[in-house]
Each structure stands twice: as C-alpha cells, then as structure tokens.
Design a protein around this ligand. Sequence first.
Ligand code: ADP
Ligand code: 5GP
Length: 201
Amino acid sequence: MAEGFLLVVSAPSGCGKTTILKQVMATISGLAFSVSHTTRQARLGERHGRDYHFISKEEFIALRDQEPSGFLEWAEVHGNFYGTSRQEVDALLAAGRDVVLDIDIQGAEQVKRTADPVTIFISPPTLAELERRLRGRGTENEEDLAVRLANAEQEMAAADSYRYLIINDELEQAVRDLQAVIAAERRRRNKAQVNRTVPRD
Ligand code: ADP
Ligand code: 5GP
C-alpha cells in the first residue's frame, strides 16, 4: 500500500480553520486528523482524544524530551505548548491515510525540514473580520483574545512560504478550495506511482 502524505494547514486563530477542516474531513475519504497534544485548557465542547490530547506541562515536557522525541514537531503558541505525536502520524501514514496537521507556522517550518508536506495557509478576508469571528466564537477572555490578535499579523506574514493560500471569506468557497487542493495533490502523487504506459486498447 502506498504511504499517505502530510497536509499542513495553518491559519491565524479564529480564521475558521477548524470549521473548514471539519467539513472537508467529512466529505473526503482516506483523510485522518492528527490529534495534537496541548497544555491549554479544553474549551466548552472540546473532547479529550478527539480535539486534542489535553495534558499537563510536565507530561508534555516528558514526551518532548524522550529520545527520540515523542513529537514530530512542537511549539509554544499563545502561551501554551502544542505538539504532534510522531507515533500517531507514522501509524496513519503507514496505513495509507493522508494526514492533516493543524499546526502553527513554527510547527510547519519544523515539519518541512524532515518531510515533504503539502502546505496550506488559510487567511481571513480582513483583520477586522478575524476579530469579529474570534469575539463571536466567545471562547477567549479579553487577555487571550488580545494575544491571538497580536500574533495574527505576524502569522499572516508567513503565508508566502506555504504552497497554497485559501482566503476564508465565504465558508462554502473555502471548503471547495481545500477539497480541490487535496484532490489535485492526490492526482499529482498517484501519477508518480502508476505505470505510465497507456494500453493500446
Ligand atoms: P480557528 O479554528 O481558525 O481558530 P474556528 O473554526 O473556530 O477558527 O472559527 C472561528 C469562528 O468563525 C467560529 O465561530 C466560526 O463559526 C466562524 N467562521 C468560520 N468561517 C467563517 C466564515 N467563512 N464566515 C463567517 N464566520 C466564520
Ligand atoms: P487553538 O488553541 O486555537 O486550538 O490553537 C492555537 C494554535 O495552535 C493554532 O494556530 C493551531 O494550528 C496551533 N496548533 C494546534 N496543534 C498544534 C501542534 O500540534 N503543533 C503546533 N506547532 N501548533 C499547533
């Protein structure tokens, strides 16, 4: 069985990445979501093992400092630690699944050093709309909100280093754009694997 590939998806917090990914994951087969480990508090409605593995800082550091590290990549984002389980990703890729990594720009740089991921950056139409969405979601207090908005501009500056840019203005269009990227990347990779001799009849 052919190994799957990695899809790295980054976006400023509140841009709509989770909303888009949920819709895309529900409509494309053979995709798997890599559930990250984090030291941040679970939000209302988030479930341990589905959205994140919620762990303490001590547990995070122990996993990070194993030899070899338990994390394929890790970063401190908005004051919390986040990391991608190496074991989980390797098992999914070996099973032929294409694996979605919802990670920040620092994590994306680390993955690019050791693998050949398809990188996708999702941008809000404007910073004002980003703030409206973050406030509308209502999951952060004023202090956390300010940190996320301050980081957004810096994150946006990294968009050029990604292979694809999707602007999440109309949700349905952004979902279609991501579906199209995945379909195109699958064709590109399959082309390298099939025998290219066309039968005569
Ligand atoms: P992220 O995962 O990027 O932090 P979310 O998926 O949680 O962001 O989305 C943040 C908020 O914005 C949610 O309330 C979501 O319903 C809303 N949202 C997402 N996409 C759009 C869109 N295209 N137009 C308007 N609101 C959106
Ligand atoms: P949130 O707290 O809003 O779920 O996520 C905050 C930021 O952390 C987002 O940019 C998200 O992509 C990023 N993130 C989530 N999991 C990981 C991870 O495993 N590694 C890295 N580097 N970033 C992550």
